[in-house]
Design a protein around this ligand. Structure first.
Ligand code: FAD
Ligand code: MG
Length: 348
């Protein structure tokens, strides 16, 4: 309905004008209420991807479509990086071990190069060629009976672990495992890469407030709709009903590695899935390490590296890399690095 100012209709026209203006004001108000509700309404998507629970939360009118796209992206990345899917790029690389280079996509090059960087920085404590040893311990979804491998079985598997025998040729888009039987397992870094990709999708959609959780790898984007920082609880490694602490984070990644996520106990001894490449046994120096970093990939990989290195060398690595950490040792010591202390609430 076209309303023009100065309409010759006199009284009736004036009443129509008032009603129309009122309707427009109500419609406008409803629109802005809708808009502001959409701006503050938290949209959520969750699912099982990469063998773990994924929860994506974001606000903004663009959130529903961006979250749906993010879940699809996680599934696309699983098809590239999965150790167990037979036609993944990881499986193709592993199948060709000892038989020359294979073509890999740019995302696989990115992740493998970052994995090699963290392996160098950690002196090999982080080593994605660990797969044969993880297999020997049975930490695979299809294995129901985990067991302590025989010494000769473990030493044979350990002889296949050496990140320096993984070659990556970024220019050619190729990767190669130099020894037959070698295999890469990106379980400790690809979830972090996936987080970085999802955050990129959300930011490209103009989203400024979101919490992305891929199996305990978390990105806190911006502030919560209340205007405060996101609060991320750290599970106590020895009491699932308790929090070790709560961190307030904004525009940062946090990844945890712990011996309470995938483990079995035998004769009172806990055996878990984070392996010390130096011994072939589950690393014993820590029970939980959380790393706060600018990228999800770095947080994911360094949480594993620092877990293997333990408190002293692990925190030295964290300092060298300019990252922050919360670490809980196996004798119950809690360590929070300086840059997190003002953000860390100890619930005790
Ligand atoms: P992290 O410390 O982040 O990673 C530990 C994992 O890294 C171990 O499970 C092992 O795989 C590897 N690792 C162990 N020691 C080292 C080391 N020293 N250096 C480098 N790496 C090491 N799990 C399932 O049950 N079913 C699935 O279908 C499945 N699919 C997956 C697909 C993808 C793409 C990815 C990335 C993981 C998948 N997983 C699956 C694995 C599962 O999600 C991992 O257990 C998880 O990634 C481990 O993460 P974390 O944070 O618990 O421990
Ligand atoms: Mg991790």
């Amino acid at each position: 309905m076209l309303i023009t100012a100065g309409n010759p209709g006199g009284g009736t026209a004036r009443r129509v004008l008032v009603v129309a203006l009122l309707a427009a004001a109500l419609a406008g108000g409803w629109y802005y209420y809708q808009q502001s509700r959409q701006e503050t309404e938290v949209h959520q998507r969750s699912g099982l991807v990469m063998g773990t629970f994924v929860s994506l939360r974001a606000t903004g009118a663009a959130a529903p479509a961006a979250l749906t796209g993010s879940l699809a992206e996680l599934e696309r990345l699983e098809a590239i990086f999965s150790y167990s899917l037979p036609d993944s790029e990881v499986s193709r690389l592993n199948a060709a071990a000892g038989r020359g280079p294979v073509d890999v996509g740019p995302e696989m090059v990115t992740v493998l190069l970052e994995a090699q960087r963290i392996a160098e920085l950690s002196g090999g404590a982080f080593d994605v060629t660990i797969a044969p040893v993880v297999d020997a311990w049975g930490f695979r979804p299809e294995v129901t009976e985990q067991r302590v491998p025989e010494p000769d079985e473990l030493s044979a598997a350990l002889a296949l672990v050496d990140y320096r025998l993984l070659r990556v040729d970024a220019a050619a888009g190729q990767a190669e495992l130099l020894r037959e039987g070698m295999a890469v397992d990106l379980g400790a870094i690809a979830k972090g890469y996936a987080i970085d990709r999802v955050v990129g999708i959300l930011q490209a959609a103009g989203i400024t407030s979101a919490l992305v959780d891929v199996g305990g790898n978390i990105h806190a984007l911006g502030l919560r709709p209340t205007g405060q920082a996101w609060r991320v609880g750290l599970q106590h490694p020895r009491d699932s009903q308790q929090l070790l602490g709560v961190l307030s984070l904004t525009d940062r990644n946090i990844a945890t590695s712990g011996d309470y996520q995938r483990f079995f106990e035998l004769d009172g001894q806990r055996y878990h899935h984070i392996i010390d490449p130096g011994t072939g046994h589950p690393a014993q120096a820590a029970t939980m390490v959380a790393i706060v970093a600018d990228t999800g990939m770095e947080a994911d990989a360094v949480s594993t590296a620092a877990f293997v290195l333990g408190a002293q060398e692990g925190l030295a690595l964290v300092r060298r890399m300019g990252l922050e950490a919360v670490l809980y040792t196996n004798d119950g010591q809690l360590q929070v690095t300086a840059g997190l202390q003002a953000l860390f609430e100890d619930p005790r």
